[in-house]
Design a protein around this ligand. Structure first.
Ligand code: NAD
Ligand code: TYD
Length: 348
């Protein structure tokens, strides 16, 4: 029997696939990924030649292909991570978000419905805390029963996919479980999200763009802690349930950026001047959610999960990882990336 991991060449997917291939040698791990700008086979290079690992390039909406993979590999579990995942891109052009996040999730659920009898198989849908909207400074953290209130095209498309997953459980009995996690950071994150953008620009001596006043708060989760939670919820989570996964680290953006500057100054030396001097306030993101925070009591109480890493240690090891992977970084930041960077940041 085999597990299908969609989006396995992306940031979280590639961290998860490494964990699964190493931890479950008896299972075949089949990665299906379209290799969009965010997917990179180099993220999986360490698994090349491994007996229980297969990579297939393709779109999750290609039903003939997905059906064939289910049949050929006797897929009895799906980790669904494939998505368009960047809020700024969804503001510039939302079409791909509806296509992959909504239609793609629907298409996978339909294949699972055709191939599995009710109660068979396992479908883990990886979603985001952004579906719950924005918190005020004193609001309690998001729980699994917080009403949905998505504010960006990205979060609206993820919310739609969550509703489809829920409906396919209630109507067709597909054995689903959904996780809603907070902002991840760690190795292999594409340099368009805050932490890798800041690391890359700080290393290159370029401006560090802070949207608005820099006091928007995110709840940072180290990707390895997240992958442990996914493994656990996939195996032991109750069918049809939702589990929130958070890092318990609420930090304003400006504070994160300062920490990254200080870490790089400490490791590489400050150069001509401290890197904090590169911090540049730019025009805010439209509809920018002010604060996210996750209450992960449910997954802790039911399944015994809690983040194992301290935030400062994990941030340091992430910065060190990017320093060691300058070739990877360089290959990400070429061609189409430069066009995106121009479009998003110039004139802001
Ligand atoms: P990512 O953008 O790094 O990777 C997405 C992967 O999906 C890429 O490899 C891409 O090639 C692939 N993909 C995109 N469209 C596809 C399609 N139509 N068919 C097949 N493959 C396709 O994303 P990530 O940060 O690793 O996020 C993974 C999941 O976790 C997503 O569902 C995202 O919504 C969710 N999530 C991420 C975060 C975060 O902080 N990164 C936080 C909350 C939730
Ligand atoms: P991001 O990494 O895009 O994740 P998300 O929007 O899904 O939370 O952004 C994290 C926070 O950092 C968010 O408040 C927007 C802010 N941000 C900046 O200030 N500058 C940047 O260049 C980027 C990419 C993000």
């Amino acid at each position: 029997m085999s597990w299908l991991v969609t989006g396995g060449a992306g940031f979280i997917g590639s961290n998860l696939v490494q964990l699964l291939v190493n931890r479950y040698p008896e299972k075949r791990i089949v990665v299906l990924d379209a290799l969009t700008y965010a997917g990179n086979l180099e993220n999986l290079a360490s698994l090349e030649g491994r007996e229980n690992f297969r990579f297939v390039r393709g779109d999750i909406r290609d039903r003939a292909l997905v059906g064939k993979l289910f049949d050929e590999h006797a897929i009895d579990g799906v980790y669904h991570l494939a998505a368009e995942s960047h809020v700024d891109r969804s503001i510039m052009d939302s079409g791909a978000f509806i296509g992959t996040n909504v239609e793609g999730t629907w298409s996978l659920l339909e294949i699972a419905r055709q191939r599995w009898k009710p109660g068979e198989g396992r479908f883990l849908h990886v979603s985001t805390d952004e579906v719950y909207g924005s918190l005020g400074p004193d609001d309690p953290a998001f729980t699994e029963t917080t009403p949905y209130a998505p504010n960006s095209p990205y979060s609206a498309s993820k919310a739609a996919s969550d509703h489809l997953v829920r409906a396919w459980f209630h109507t067709y009995g597909i054995n689903v479980v959904t996780t809603n996690c907070s902002n991840n950071f760690g190795p292999w994150q594409f340099p368009e999200k805050l932490i890798p953008v800041v690391i890359c620009n700080a290393l290159a001596g370029k401006p560090l763009p802070v949207y608005g006043d820099g006091m928007n708060v995110r709840d940072w989760l180290f990707v390895e802690d997240h992958c442990e939670a996914l493994d656990l919820v996939f195996r032991e989570g109750r069918a049809g349930e939702v589990y929130n996964i958070g890092g318990g680290n609420e930090v304003p953006n400006l504070r994160i950026i300062e920490k990254v500057c200080d870490l790089i100054d400490g490791i590489c030396g400050p150069g001509a001047s401290p890197r904090r001097e590169l911090i540049t306030f730019v025009k805010d993101r439209p509809g920018h959610d002010r604060r996210y925070a996750i209450d992960f009591t449910k997954v802790s109480a039911e399944l015994g999960w809690a983040p194992a890493h301290q935030f400062d240690d994990a941030l340091r090891s992430t910065v060190e990882w990017y320093l060691r992977h300058d070739k990877w970084l360089h290959s990400c930041r070429s061609g189409a990336y430069l066009e995106y960077y121009e479009k998003n940041y110039t004139g802001r």
